[in-house]
Design a protein around this ligand. Structure first.
Ligand SMILES: Cc1cc2nc3c(=O)[nH]c(=O)nc-3n(C[C@H](O)[C@H](O)[C@H](O)COP(=O)(O)OP(=O)(O)OC[C@H]3O[C@@H](n4cnc5c(N)ncnc54)[C@H](O)[C@@H]3O)c2cc1C
Length: 400
């Protein structure tokens, strides 16, 4: 196998995939359209990392748990600067009944539940300076990361060549190599290619059927004050991070297919309102500020909230096959040596590192049973197969 690969997009999906492949001997060229890495969704000053569970979606919860445990353990081993991450807990404020039901559901899944989470009680609220007499869950291994520092750390590897200001316009297979052409008319060639470009995944002919919605999100921050705000990430309608880089960062708004790039005052107000119940004094302080800084970026989300991670079909072969032929996983017409990783929604810093690890195992032809289960779950072709009433094969592309 020729171990060279082009990766399109240098957010957390592309940077973490580059990292895992570089560590297994691949020569990686990471192509980024912007003038630096981590300028899209992965360019915020902080990302909260905690597991967001659903009440009635066991498969999603399993995926969330696997991702969260993998990613937090992996980050701890990366030897990042201690100022760039902290896993000292994260609080999710929830309706009491909902929190109670989630707690019961999770008891069945998590062996050592006591060290994993606690249902909120007055002593937790006091310890972490949460104002509201809130109910919810405290995830002991939750926390936050500096996304830009993480991405920079990941690509700092002798096997990774990062090329910025190169927006890839087309992907073509010429002879046995993938050839990528950029808007600067530069060409890049390699045996394998991975598309990690978030909400732009459908820009290429080969992946135009992979639908995502772009959700605009604005975050805000003020300079650090002497107020005793919560000392861990606290999430209610919005989140409030503990002081990081001498700032109090809070957010985020959520608006589908809204492409306005400027900071909006109405969104700043929404973000302030969303932390009212977490810390009244800080809320009042923010209301008094004449201007508040912020940042806007976009999340790429799929309709079923599962990312697209894996391979896509060769469109010409796909069109030729009959439904009954496609019903057998062995017949699926996978396009060789092209991979996708996108659609991480609001959870990219929990999901993407784990998914990149699994995708690197697929590229290295070294899949474990658990990797196969994950790729069955994130199969990028699930919609096309389901549309043909092939629900079973859509979730069983690998036998486990
Ligand atoms: C306001 C906000 C707050 C968030 N908070 C959190 C949080 O607290 N915790 C969390 O886990 N997640 C959070 N997220 C979600 C998280 O940021 C994303 O899930 C994650 O950044 C997605 O990573 P990515 O690499 O897929 O995409 P991106 O980081 O967007 O990277 C994609 C890259 O591809 C490049 N690109 C696109 N097209 C091309 C092309 N043709 N050629 C070359 N390059 C190209 C882009 O320039 C970009 O750099 C938040 C998102 C937003 C918007």
């Amino acid at each position: 196998m020729q171990k060279n690969i082009l990766i399109i997009g240098a957010g957390i999906a592309g940077c973490s995939l580059a990292h895992f492949l570089a560590n297994t001997g691949w020569a990686v060229t990471l192509l980024e359209g912007q003038d630096n890495i981590a300028q899209g969704g992965s360019g915020n000053p902080v990302a909260a990392i905690y597991p967001k569970f659903m009440l009635n979606d066991q498969a999603y919860n399993d995926f969330m748990l696997k991702s969260f445990i993998f990613t937090t353990g992996w980050i701890e081993e990366l030897k990042l600067d201690k100022n760039d991450y902290k896993f000292n807990g994260a609080i999710e404020i929830l309706d009491q009944e909902y929190a109670h039901k989630l707690d019961i559901n999770l008891s069945k899944k998590i062996l050592d539940k006591k060290t994993f989470l606690s249902v909120m009680n007055p002593s937790i609220l006091k310890k972490y300076n949460i104002d509201k007499n809130a109910s919810g869950l405290l995830f002991h291994q939750g926390g936050w990361i500096n996304p830009i520092a993480l991405c920079r750390h990941l690509v700092n590897h002798s096997n990774i060549k990062t090329v910025t200001n190169q927006k890839v316009k087309s992907i073509e297979k010429l002879n046995l190599e993938w050839t990528l052409e950029t808007d600067m008319k530069k060409k890049f060639m390699a045996h394998q290619v991975a598309i990690c470009n978030a909400e732009y995944i459908h820009q290429f002919e080969l992946t135009q059927h992979l639908q995502t919605d772009a959700f605009r999100g604005q975050i805000n921050w003020v300079n650090q004050t002497s107020l005793e705000v919560p000392s861990i990430v606290s999430c209610d309608e919005g989140y409030l991070a503990p002081p990081i880089q001498k700032k109090h960062i809070f957010g985020a708004t959520y608006a589908m297919n809204d492409f306005e790039e400027d900071i909006r005052l109405s969104d700043t107000r929404k973000n302030i309102a969303s932390i009212k119940e977490i810390h009244q004094e800080f809320y009042k302080y923010c209301l008094k500020q004449e201007s508040i800084d912020g940042r806007v970026s976009w999340r790429a989300s799929t309709k079923d909230r599962k990312p697209y991670v894996g391979r896509v079909f060769n469109n010409d072969l796909f069109k030729k096959l009959r439904v009954r032929e496609l019903a057998h996983a062995d017949n699926l017409p996978w396009l060789e040596h092209l991979y996708v990783s996108s659609g991480f929604g609001s959870r990219g810093f929990t999901f993407a590192p784990y998914c990149s690890f699994v995708l690197a195992n697929l590229i290295n032809e070294n899949l474990s049973r658990e990797d196969k289960e994950t790729l069955n779950y994130t199969n990028p072709e699930r919609y096309r197969l389901r549309k043909m009433s092939l629900k079973k094969v859509a979730s069983q592309i690998f036998q486990v």
